[in-house]
Design a binder for this molecule. Sequence first.
Ligand SMILES: C[S@@+](CC[C@H](N)C(=O)[O-])C[C@H]1O[C@@H](n2cnc3c(N)ncnc32)[C@H](O)[C@@H]1O
Length: 202
Amino acid sequence: MPDADSSPIVIDFVGGAVGFRLRSGEGRGQPLPRACGMAKGAMPTIVDATAGMGRDAFFLASLGAEVTLIERSPQVHAALDRAMIAARDHSEDLAAIIARMTLLLGDSRELLPTLSPEVVLVDPMHPERTKSALVKKQMRDLRDVVGADPDAHELMDAALAAAQNRVVLKWPLRAAPIVGLRKPSHQILGKTTRYDVFVTRI
Ligand SMILES: C[S@@+](CC[C@H](N)C(=O)[O-])C[C@H]1O[C@@H](n2cnc3c(N)ncnc32)[C@H](O)[C@@H]1O
């Protein structure tokens, strides 16, 4: 296994697709914040249990949410840490977003029971996520480092037990559901992705 510093993972919260999304002013009406219950001005505490490239967490934090990111791959965690420091040092606006993000190294199945967030976001590795060539390359690099997530069902169990309000499972629009998982309370459909929302407590 390569050490954290020789990781091919490069994360950029300043330019690239994440910076573009920020500058284009995508808002709370987007599928992800709606799935997290933010559409009507609510500001839940969120644990992103599968931090990955940090894109979803950064987007939610840019909308004002406090987001705890959990990543179990040391290489990906190190890349996230570097990207957060670079963004914080880049501008006051980005520093304000990064200040709402707390990054943890560990397995969410173990850490979730120690946290009591209102919302848990779960986005395990899965095939054919998007048609964007750029994202495809980034996801390929990520997959090379972290592999698949065959324990996504156990992660969902931990998320459902920890979430005070809801669990949001991000999943490819047309992929079969995770075997054995109960039906979601509702779904929010994006272009290539769906968000299965499991309300835990009202
Ligand atoms: C598909 S990526 C998430 C992408 C992320 N939503 C984004 O916006 O960039 C999945 C990530 O979750 C991590 N992961 C999967 N299961 C995990 C677990 N039980 N605990 C912590 N991290 C986990 C993987 O290592 C991988 O980096």
